[in-house]
Design a protein around this ligand. Structure first.
Ligand SMILES: *[C@@H]1O[C@H](CO)[C@@H](O)[C@H](O)[C@H]1NC(C)=O
Ligand SMILES: *[C@@H]1O[C@H](CO)[C@@H](O)[C@H](O)[C@H]1NC(C)=O
Ligand SMILES: *[C@@H]1O[C@H](CO)[C@@H](O)[C@H](O)[C@H]1NC(C)=O
Ligand SMILES: *[C@@H]1O[C@H](CO)[C@@H](O)[C@H](O)[C@H]1NC(C)=O
Length: 453
């Protein structure tokens, strides 16, 4: 009996010693990790940033020169106290849809929620920071007071996915969606007669390869002009224009710079309903020039490219790790009390091309991203949350030709689009493009830094 008890005691000692050791080890590990974290969050960043631009989270994105944007100083530091209004509003929504914490509520969950989530985040937020809103510049205050609203009624719309030619025989390759205003009739007219012609568009002829082509459609995106400022009511004219050409999509909101984002959000929604299988969208300003034939050829090439996933496809002039404009006289001015941190990687809004598949994904994503006053930055914010990144292409010139490159022979045959050109220039350029077609037909698209030609 005594021997038995003794054996049990040694068994107990054997087991318990190991347990005790394990617990001690665990405690040691936990304490050292905690100490480490504290140390890091105070002074020693894990990744030493090259420049101290900001300590806020920066979405990974490749800069134009091929390097990565700066790393955030710390990963876990939060800035609840001093964030901008937009950041704080968005934070609760981003938490809710965090793809790491809640992988199941990722993209698929979006269709279920609608934009009620945005409204919710507003009502929970509105309690405290009212006083901050009153200190903002007037233009931003105006924006914030309408930020929740996006259900503006449609005033005019085409009877299909944009103006088209009769007897289309296949799915449209490209829809040209052009931001315009009631006043810019001249711009629209020039576009209709030149690069925005609808119907079958043949790609660039080359002396060797086969010629491709595709159906092109067109739609102009309009808000309403402020009647008091203009002195005349344009609506009757625009209505006539719509009956004549069937290419006007107009909503009942004021056509101001800070309302441009509404055109993206509402266009995506309309596209998802009306445009079926349309392959690509060109979205741009009404003061750009597009080489449509080259664009058709380029897009055909992308369709055949095995590396390109159409669900993610966006191409344009990519701007990486940009800081918001803090000059209060600028049209782009965003005070730090409204938005803190860098902008995500985005494609310049003068002219950008994306796939129809991506358009529908952007439509769903937009239901959980608060409106931002700068439209192309907003598109970038939605892209980051889709884990998609725009591709940079040097043939998109949203800041015009560099240096004297424009004067070189065939320069307009090397580009896909250029900003900005007046209606008269657009007409001239179009006829020049036709005149020089034979002579410049084999010129390739431009590459970064220098014109290949
Ligand atoms: C790339 O561009 C960024 C920002 O424009 C700059 O800070 C960085 O030094 C550049 N890197 C190289 C290798 O030129
Ligand atoms: C946007 O449009 C709405 C509706 O017309 C208008 O009330 C609001 O002032 C506009 N917002 C801005 C920032 O101009
Ligand atoms: C396609 O991807 C492969 C591997 O990533 C790369 O080597 C190749 O250059 C890519 N092709 C094109 C045309 O981008
Ligand atoms: C713009 O900034 C200047 C100097 O930074 C300041 O004096 C001025 O009051 C500001 N204007 C507005 C409208 O905030």
């Amino acid at each position: 009996m005594a021997r038995c008890r003794c054996r049990w005691r040694s068994v107990l000692i054997c087991v318990c010693t190991q347990c005790l050791l394990l617990v001690t080890l665990f405690l040691f590990a936990a304490v050292s990790v905690c100490l480490n974290m504290q140390e890091n969050s105070e002074a020693q960043p894990v990744f030493k940033p090259k420049q101290r631009i900001t300590s806020h989270f920066v979405a990974a994105g490749v800069l134009r020169n091929g390097t990565f944007g700066p790393f955030p100083e710390t990963f876990w530091k939060r800035h609840d106290g001093d964030d901008g209004i937009w950041n704080r509003l968005q934070l609760s929504i981003d938490h809710r849809f965090n793809p790491i914490l809640r992988p199941r509520v990722a993209e698929r969950g979006l269709k279920r929620f609608g934009d009620s989530i945005l409204k919710q985040s507003f009502s929970t937020y509105e309690v405290s920071p009212r006083e901050n809103v009153d200190k903002l510049p007037k233009r931003i205050q105006e924006f914030v007071s309408h930020m929740q609203r996006r259900d503006y009624p449609v005033l005019l719309q085409p009877d299909a996915c944009g103006a088209r030619a009769k007897g289309e025989e296949e799915v449209p390759l490209l829809l040209l969606a052009i931001k315009s205003t009631e006043m810019n009739i001249k711009n629209r007219q020039a576009i209709r007669q030149t690069w925005g012609k609808v119907g079958w568009v043949a790609g660039q002829k080359t002396s060797g390869g086969a010629q491709v082509g595709g159906y092109v459609r067109r739609v102009f995106l309009l808000g309403r002009e402020k009647f008091q400022e203009l002195g005349v009511d344009m609506s009757a004219l625009v209505k006539t224009e719509s009956q004549l050409y069937g290419d006007i999509l107009q909503w009942d909101f004021e056509d101001t710079f800070f309302n441009l984002t509404l055109k993206d959000v509402l266009f995506w929604s309309w596209f998802s309903r009306s445009c079926g299988q349309t392959r690509f969208v060109f979205k741009g300003d009404d003061d750009v020039f597009v080489n449509t034939a080259k664009m058709v050829t380029y897009l055909h090439g992308q369709l055949r490219e095995p590396n390109v996933t159409m669900e993610d496809f966006m191409v344009g002039e990519v701007i990486g790790a940009a800081l918001p404009n803090r000059v209060n006289k600028s049209k782009y001015f965003i005070p730090h009390t409204f938005y803190k941190g860098l902008y995500p990687t985005y494609a310049g809004g003068g002219g950008v091309v994306y796939s129809g598949l991506l358009t529908k994904r952007l439509h769903h994503m937009s239901k959980r991203v608060h409106l931002f006053p700068i439209d192309d930055v907003y598109v970038g914010m939605c892209m980051v949350r889709l884990n998609a990144f725009p591709i940079h292409h040097p043939a998109f010139l949203t800041f015009d030709f560099p240096g004297k490159e424009e004067d070189q022979q065939c320069s307009y045959h090397t580009i896909l689009m250029v900003h900005k050109r007046s209606p008269n220039q657009v007409m001239e350029l179009w006829s020049d493009l036709e005149k020089t077609e034979a002579q410049c037909r084999d010129v390739p698209l431009r590459v970064e830094g220098k014109n290949k030609h």
